[in-house]
Design a protein around this ligand. Structure first.
Ligand code: NAD
Length: 230
């Protein structure tokens, strides 16, 4: 069985990481334009880096929940026939054991130089004034987060997997951020059975073959249990 799962901020909510849409379009009190666009970074790189530094530090205070672990279990079962595509920039999927994973919106634990585009691991606070270890230039270090208007990572691999998928699930995502919001429709066109797993109704709920409501820490393990014996 070929399975593709898309996750969003909702899967990490019960681990203590706030979602974006659930806080009135603000992410921890700041607007998308301030902290999630290239223009925002150009205007105030220190504010943007400070914002992501806080998010990165928060990772030490949170742990994966039952939903993250259940998806790692599903991967164990299906191996290369499984792909997890996450919009989350935290590392909770990895810490739960997921390996076949694409962070389409980037990762808090990586940094990128805006001059030479070199991406490297980052587990400390970042400042735009830091020098790039590769090209030596300063005033260009940013978190490796895909901001609005930028091209997501790993789209080609995601689309290939969606074409082959027999089952597609969208977990804890509002379905408002493109292109991930179109993954369900794409998978369906290619013949997959599509499932939405979310605490509440979303703009896309009606387009799924099946909808499971409730907190991810309960609904995801229940959904994963269906595959026992397959
Ligand atoms: P979103 O905030 O737009 O939507 C979250 C969705 O999760 C909502 O539909 C909500 O109903 C649902 N939800 C909330 N709690 C839930 C729970 N306990 N169980 C199941 N569902 C629950 O998130 P999005 O669709 O991922 O898009 C927002 C963007 O913001 C993403 O691109 C992401 O990169 C970024 N973001 C990431 C994180 C993170 O890495 N953890 C956190 C906030 C925002």
């Amino acid at each position: 069985m070929k399975v593709v799962v898309l996750t969003g901020a909702g899967i990490s909510a019960e681990s203590g990481i706030r979602t974006f849409r659930d806080s009135d379009g603000l992410w921890e009190g700041l607007s998308v334009n301030q902290v999630a666009t290239r223009t925002g970074f150009g205007r105030n790189p220190e504010l943007v880096n400070r914002f992501y530094n806080q998010r990165r530090r928060q990772l030490a205070e949170v742990t994966p929940n039952a939903a993250h672990f259940a998806l790692a279990e599903l991967e164990q079962k299906f191996g290369d026939d499984f792909l997890l595509v996450t919009q989350n920039v935290d590392d909770l999927h990895e810490r739960a054991g997921s390996k076949r994973l694409i962070h389409i919106h980037g990762e808090l634990l990586k940094k990128r130089c805006t001059w030479c585009e070199q991406t490297t691991p980052c587990d400390v606070d970042l400042s735009a004034e830091d020098h790039c270890a590769k090209c030596g230039r300063e005033m260009g270090m940013r978190p490796d987060i895909v901001w609005f208007g930028e091209v997501p990572h790993g789209l080609e691999r995601s689309y290939e997997a969606l074409q082959r998928a027999e089952v597609f699930a969208a977990i804890g995502t509002s379905g408002l951020v493109e292109p991930a919001s179109r993954f369900g429709a794409k998978a369906k066109v290619y013949g997959a059975h599509t499932v939405e797993i979310n605490a509440t109704e979303t703009a896309k709920s009606e387009s799924f073959d099946e909808v499971l409501r409730g907190p991810a820490s309960e609904t995801v393990p229940r959904w994963v249990a269906r595959f026992a014996g397959r």
